[in-house]
Design a protein around this ligand. Structure first.
Ligand SMILES: *Cc1c(COP(=O)(O)O)cnc(C)c1O
Length: 332
């Protein structure tokens, strides 16, 4: 649910998932956790990846029934102090098995294994780690990280385990453990899992056509005059630009679908506007006020990400607040 449910609205997404039976939710920051708590039943577990964040936030975690991920010996010490003084006890414990990002290093796990009193008062709900290369199914680091995860877990008190993000789930059952943490897959992003990818598109993105113009003579489109179009070209200007998260790298590279016809972005994106060359669309098929599909069944989030030379995550988390969101699922 981090980054506002990958830009799609954490409150709505979380209540839909809760209705479907999900009981564990992950956010990045404590503020995201506090906001999400309002949308979920009291027994839903909300886990905060960033943990106690080097500040004395333990009381806040209790006040909002949030579960921290303990990422360092310092955080373990703080939570142990908190737990032995009447605070909540349950926490996730993160082990770094190859990301070098967050979590206990193998050397720190050794220290804790030798001094179990480090963990006094703490109830380890789950031991977790995160894969660096899960989107490359044959990458040797996947199994190296899994073996290190198993070796490190064996030194710690027995607890449930969580390892796989979306791409990790597709690596096979030996990566699943007790609790998986899918993000992108929930939103239909399925790039590069290397296996059959059953994810369906769950979102669409449309931009309204403000104007359609027919070019009199050969001329150029947009800032920098980077695209020239022949006389009689038909251009549609839509009300979405880079300020709406339609990425500038889609200039002269992206596509939309107008009345079902694939149409290229012409020229550079502006802050609030993008121009598509709709010369191939039958003249009476679309008019100002109609929409061009930017993401749809025929052009997935991953397709747009490829055109923008980025990942689907950035496409989703960039979608701007000027788009109006409509939720079509039941109960939302
Ligand atoms: C973001 C994140 C996930 C989810 O990753 P996806 O690739 O979107 O499935 C899982 N675990 C951690 C620690 C994360 O930061």
């Amino acid at each position: 649910m981090k980054a506002d449910g990958y830009g799609l609205g954490a409150a709505k997404v979380a209540s839909a998932l809760s209705g479907a039976g999900c009981r564990h939710f992950f956010v990045a920051t404590i503020d995201e956790g506090i906001a999400l708590r309002k949308s979920l039943p009291g027994d839903a577990v909300i886990v905060v990846f960033d943990g106690l964040m080097a500040a004395d936030t333990a009381a806040e975690f209790d006040a909002h029934s949030l579960t921290p991920v303990l990422n360092s010996p310092g955080e373990i010490k703080s939570w142990s102090h908190h737990a032995t003084n009447g605070g909540n006890r349950s926490a996730f414990l993160a082990l770094d098995t190859g990301m070098n990002r967050l979590g206990l290093s193998p050397a720190e796990v050794e220290v804790i294994a030798e001094k179990p009193e480090f963990l006094d008062g703490i109830e380890i709900a789950c031991v977790m780690s995160h894969l660096a290369c899960a989107d490359e199914a044959t990458h040797p680091q996947n199994s190296q990280q899994r073996q290190l995860f198993d070796a490190l877990r064996a030194k710690l008190p027995a607890a449930e385990a969580s390892f796989a993000n979306s791409a990790g789930i597709f690596l096979g059952p030996e990566y699943h453990y007790d609790l998986a943490r899918p993000g992108a897959a929930l939103y239909g992003v399925s790039r590069g899992c290397g296996a059959p990818e059953p994810m369906q598109q769950v979102i669409g993105l449309k931009a309204k056509i403000l104007q359609i113009r027919i070019v009199d003579t050969e001329s150029t489109v947009g800032y920098g005059a980077t695209r020239s179009v022949p006389a009689n070209s038909r251009l549609a200007t839509v009300a979405a630009g880079y300020a709406d998260g339609y990425l500038p790298s889609l200039s002269n590279r992206g596509f939309g679908f107008a009345a079902g016809v694939k149409v290229p972005v012409a020229g550079r994106l502006s802050m609030d506007l993008t121009v598509f060359d709709i010369s191939n669309v039958p003249p009476n098929a679309i008019a100002p006020g109609d929409h061009i599909d930017l993401i749809c069944d025929r052009q997935t989030v991953d397709d747009v990400a490829d055109a923008a030379r980025t990942v689907g995550y950035e496409i989703l988390t960039s979608i701007g607040s000027r788009f109006t969101k409509h939720y079509t699922g039941t109960g939302t």
